[in-house]
Design a protein around this ligand. Sequence first.
Ligand SMILES: Cc1cc2nc3c(=O)[nH]c(=O)nc-3n(C[C@H](O)[C@H](O)[C@H](O)COP(=O)(O)OP(=O)(O)OC[C@H]3O[C@@H](n4cnc5c(N)ncnc54)[C@H](O)[C@@H]3O)c2cc1C
Length: 490
Amino acid sequence: MTRNGKRAPAALLWFREDLRLADNPALDAALRSGAAVTALYVLDDETEGQRALGGASRWWLARSLRSLAKDCAAIGLPFAIRRGKAGIAVPHAARETGVGAVFWNRRYGAAEARADVAIRAELEGEGIAVEDFNGRLLHEPWDVKSRAGEPLRVFSPFWRAAMTRGEPRAPLPRPTSSRVSAGPALDGVDVESLALDPTKPDWAGGLRNAWEPGEAGARKALGAFLDSGLKGYAETRDRPDMSATSRMSPYLRFGEVSPHQLWHAVEAAAADGSARAGDVEKFRAELGWREFSYHLLQNFPDLASRNVQQRFDDFPWSAPTQGDVRAWRKGLTGYPIVDAGMRQLWTTGWLHNRVRMIVASFLIKDLLIDWREGEAWFWDTLVDADPANNAASWQWVAGTGADAAPYFRVFNPSLQGARHDPDGAYVRAFVPELTRVPAKWIHAPWAAPPGVLEAAGVSLGRDYPKRIVDHDAARSRALAAFGSLKTRTA
Ligand SMILES: Cc1cc2nc3c(=O)[nH]c(=O)nc-3n(C[C@H](O)[C@H](O)[C@H](O)COP(=O)(O)OP(=O)(O)OC[C@H]3O[C@@H](n4cnc5c(N)ncnc54)[C@H](O)[C@@H]3O)c2cc1C
């Protein structure tokens, strides 16, 4: 109700990358306005410049939308799904329902932000108010600045500056049916008709086993992390053989959980003694890397397609051979940690952060293939494929980004494997050919004495591939290529 007791006109809540009811500032404000609310999601593969979701993300989205539809029904919030260009579909839905206001949470891609400006102008031109909110980030990317008021290019000063902005707000409560006044119903399509699932072949079996998309799935996964993963996170987060990280990334990507909820949930765990301050701080700093990626995306809108450091525009990448790219994608490079990672990615749609760095370094530095080839593969296969995190991380590994690893940092896959998967349990989980290879040799089977491999039932080239490159030679080649760039641009 408004102050004089009259009901506010109906409102439209446009769900975008915030597929949740709890801690949803736009939804909360729409309900608080006293309006009767109708909710809408638009699958938009048509707006120019917007990158279409990859295959694994589409798989996730289908389940997420079903879960959201169920949650909306449970609180009596009418919810419709439509398909098409948002610039047409949203004003159309607003007219159809006769709403006085449209509420949404902000998006940060350049094309998405441009589309939002145009949609706002059209709605406001028709006398329909637009209210937008931050439902995605702890701090708006443009609010975090250097002392001189400039954008930041290095993580540590960025995070220090972000921390001076004060404690992120507390999460908003999940609305109950008593708060909802149902707006006009809107026709929509069902999720099946969006054809988001793979059919021939159906490659999603592993994803189905690994994940429960949706807000309820996010709550369960967070609960499991708080119960057993957060304790020791600072020490074990680099161990792919342990369940030591939150796996919140796809839920954050689709907005099934907010960073504010995570920020405060780990605080509560520290307060009740189930986590240590150091673990909480480290976990929050990882959320900080996500914020930093969005800060970079804000300042480098072409982050997924252009080198932040333009001197790399002349870099002598190898022309990718079908054989090398295929071996990398399929996990057949002959380097066990790389192969385990690429198979984990294909099977489950997710990959441990340390292994993401190793496989990315291998593609870029050992195979000398342009980072954009890898970024695109991750975009298609990750359930958490994120426009800011994915692009910023690939540029970080390539050395082409703002706060990037130096070009001479070339990960040695066998040493990385031995350090972060010391018993080889991670490799064994995804590369069954090597199950019986002893830990001492599992990250470098080519160096094992022939009798050891024979006893493990492995013949290289028959049961498991020979290495497609020799790492030492590849490293020298990469350093020479990077060195030539330095000389040429000096
Ligand atoms: C080449 C490469 C590509 C990547 N692509 C993506 C991507 O598309 N989407 C994505 O969400 N992350 C990406 N990352 C970052 C990171 O690997 C994942 O966020 C992390 O592995 C997700 O697992 P988690 O949720 O268990 O992480 P946790 O360790 O539990 O961290 C909690 C959250 O912090 C954020 N986070 C953690 N590490 C990073 C990081 N290095 N950069 C940015 N945010 C981080 C994520 O949102 C994560 O969910 C990429 C990293 C690399 C090296």
